[in-house]
Design a protein around this ligand. Structure first.
Ligand code: PLP
Length: 378
């Protein structure tokens, strides 16, 4: 197809980058990205301009894409998140942030006069999106583990009870994976007799595997969520950032708008949409199946438990929220944080035991941390 080829210098640039990416990927443990990927079977698709323009459920005149597969992916998540059989809709996004933006957008269209409540440990992108959408909002304090302070939430809503309520619930905060309990939030709304409300669940990482956790956390449609967003490149794993948002179809029908140019409905945030990412998600779902995904989650939980116990054994004050894969501990030196790419905040760091993290890697990190502690205490 392309007659020209890269110069030797440019080939070297590519090779060097590849080596660097390989090496940096091998070491990291601090960010929630799966790296146990082998998508070789999908490589031929990279030679085509796949684009799922517009609404995945409405045909489009641009027809090089993966809409059928995208619909299967959405159907899978709608069922995993216990959406009502005929009342779900969604699409594959560019990431968890876009899914959250969509959830907030939908909520605002339904309740233009609402106040948005979210906790102070909410992902940094949410505040920016609220600003973009020009939605009034109030930050609620959190408990020590990162979960929303329900008492503060109740009191704050009470003071504004003339306004409809939009809640951005964290199904796993970024730093400690604390889950806000949607059934507790619902009971607060009931107690205050709030009639008009919308609950969006930001499930970026933990929402992706919470359905496999026992007892099942209160996070999905059956628990009272009106929409759920997750990241695709986190628990499931994908070479490019992507995500999934699932909402109630009855709600999205109220904001759909038809566009002649693409012969579809402009229900999503962006114009062009990645036609490859649904393929990568579909591939993983099909390859692993429900049982495989559950094993994948249980394995992560088991590794996290191992890391926690081992850290505690060495006298390091590590802790974690129940049924999560994030283990928090006092920040080690800058050198260690950099080497293992550990996210850190207010003196705390964490590792996230993603599917590809082996116990031996946990051991290596702990050995380095312990050695450092011994040296500095001399
Ligand atoms: C990662 C994350 C996001 C953002 O998701 P992206 O896929 O990076 O856009 C939002 N909320 C939480 C809690 C996250 O952990």
């Amino acid at each position: 197809m392309q007659s020209k080829s890269l110069s030797d210098t440019d080939k070297k640039v590519l090779n060097n980058l590849l080596l660097q990416v390989e090496q940096k990927t091998a070491d990291f443990m601090g960010y929630p990205v799966s790296k146990d990927l082998d998508f070789s079977e999908l490589m031929p698709f990279l030679n085509y301009p796949m684009n799922n323009l517009g609404d995945p459920f409405v045909a489009c005149t641009y027809d090089v894409g993966s809409r059928e597969i995208e619909k299967e992916v959405i159907a899978f998540f709608a069922s995993l998140f216990r959406a009502e059989a005929d009342d779900w809709w969604g699409y594959v996004t560019n990431g968890g942030s876009e899914g959250n933006l969509y959830g907030l957008f939908l909520a605002r269209e339904l309740h233009p006069k609402a106040m948005v409540y979210y906790s102070e440990t909410t992902h940094y992108s949410v505040q920016k999106n609220l600003h973009l959408l020009n939605m009034p909002n109030i930050v609620i304090s959190t408990q020590e583990n990162g979960e929303i302070n329900y008492q503060d939430l109740e009191e704050t809503i009470r003071m504004n009870r003339q306004l409809p309520v939009i809640i951005m619930a964290n199904i796993g905060t970024t730093m400690t994976e604390a889950r806000d309990d949607i059934s507790k939030i619902k009971s607060i709304l009931k107690k205050l007799a709030i009639k008009n409300y919308y609950i969006h669940a930001d499930g970026a990482l933990s929402g992706s595997y919470s359905a496999f956790v026992e007892p099942r956390p209160a996070f999905d449609f059956a628990d009272g969520a009106d929409s759920i967003a997750i990241s695709g490149h986190k628990f499931f794993g994908s070479p490019m950032p992507c995500g999934v948002v699932v909402v109630k179809k009855s709600n999205r029908d109220r904001i759909a708008r038809s566009v002649a140019y693409i012969g579809s409905v402009d229900t999503t945030i962006t114009g062009s949409r990645n036609g490859h990412s649904p393929l990568f998600l579909w591939y993983t779902l099909k390859k692993l199946g429900l049982d495989g995904l559950k094993d994948r989650a249980l394995n992560c939980l088991e590794t996290a438990k191992y890391a926690l116990e081992k850290l505690n054994e060495y006298g390091i004050e590590a802790w974690q929220n129940p049924h999560t894969i994030t283990v928090n501990f006092p920040s080690p030196s800058a050198r260690i944080r950099q080497k293992w790419q550990l996210a850190s905040e207010s003196g705390w760091s964490h590792i996230i035991c993603m599917p590809n993290i082996e116990k031996t890697q946990v051991d290596d990190l702990i050995t380095e941390m312990v050695t450092e502690l011994l040296v500095t205490s001399k």
